[in-house]
Ligand binder design. Sequence first.
Ligand SMILES: *Cc1c(COP(=O)(O)O)cnc(C)c1O
Ligand SMILES: [Zn+2]
Length: 423
Amino acid sequence: MTSTVDARTPANLGPVNLGPARALSCRECGHQIPLAAEFACSECFGPLEVAYDFGRVTREDIEAGPKSIWRYRNLLPVPTDVQSFPNTEPGLTRLVKADRLGAALGVRNLWVKDDTGNPTHSFKDRVVAVALAAARQLGFKVLACPSTGNLANAVAAAAARAGWESVVLIPSSLEKAKILTTAVYDGALIAVDGNYDDVNRLATQLAAEHEDWAFVNVNVRPYYAEGSKTLAYEVAEQLGWRLPGQIVVPVASGSQLTKVDKGFRELGELGLVDATPYRVFGAQATGCSPVSTAYKAGTDVVAPVRPDTIARSLAIGAPADGPYVLDTVRRTGGAVEDVTDEEVVEGIRLLARTEGIFAETAGGVTVATAKKLVETGQLDPDADTVLLITGDGLKTLDAVADRIGPKAVVPPNAAAVTEALGL
Ligand SMILES: *Cc1c(COP(=O)(O)O)cnc(C)c1O
Ligand SMILES: [Zn+2]
């Protein structure tokens, strides 16, 4: 069965080919609608998510596929021939066995999923590639987003590669590096005087006015969100087709965390891995920790906050998927924890020192949270554990700039170097 596009999608396309995707389904009431550019349920305003009708998917087919997220195309809302369109080909980043970091944290078997290796150096290339592929099928021509930084990079680059126009909205206070690394792709970059939550509200208004703009995380959000499942697929495949015992995921809107869980569950249901139990942990910066606060208070209500943290890529004060993060961590036996900006910087430095990986502030949040979870007995030191490192430190140099530098400045002679080294 092929679904048809509803009247609110820009072009008259007839049936939409989005591979195994069959419908959009409401996460609250289960109401289903045909595949379209919709994100809220017409019955109850709950968030819509993609429902599938998976055919037979084998490990062999996946392993024989492209060296990018498209090896999982039969598990994503994208057309089967998705690779034939120019795209940034993200994914299949390194899963690093992190023994030295593990020893420092007291975790016996630790891996780091190093998503700094994506085309624009964050995990956002995954979600944007899926959003773009779906948006193309839905008839859009302009790629847009409100962003805390990494999404801006990913949208501007993906649009450039595809030959699309882009409209990217950012808070004007964003790190200079993230502004430049977006502007270089020469789309329409607009800095807004306000915080991310203001920018997001503005995007929702603009999405209603410009029906041919695909706001990746607004009107095509159900497709975009599915891109995060590829992190779970890759971790399982790279572990030799098995699930880890524990995974620590940074939380901004919370979408990534819920989709990592969805990815693990699908692999079990499809028989691609044994459906062994796993625990999902969320990581936030204390200066923007609405989900951690709700978790610790034992409530289901995520009260919005005004963000104040150096972890700007995670600074979403009103996280759309917050309640679903709480459901996921409680169901799997995980937790949500938060760490101070001081601990974030220590987390960045610890990862760099032990594994030679320079993460951005969000990575510092993940490492520092893992450390705290071990110290407080919430993370099992004997379970196979994966940390998601979702972005590159070169984009947030300011976080460490005041604290690190050369050990000494010396004249160009050997004796001076020896002396500086204390030898
Ligand atoms: C966007 C982002 C996240 C989290 O994304 P959500 O799905 O909104 O929770 C994590 N890390 C980095 C580096 C990001 O840019
Ligand atoms: Zn509903």
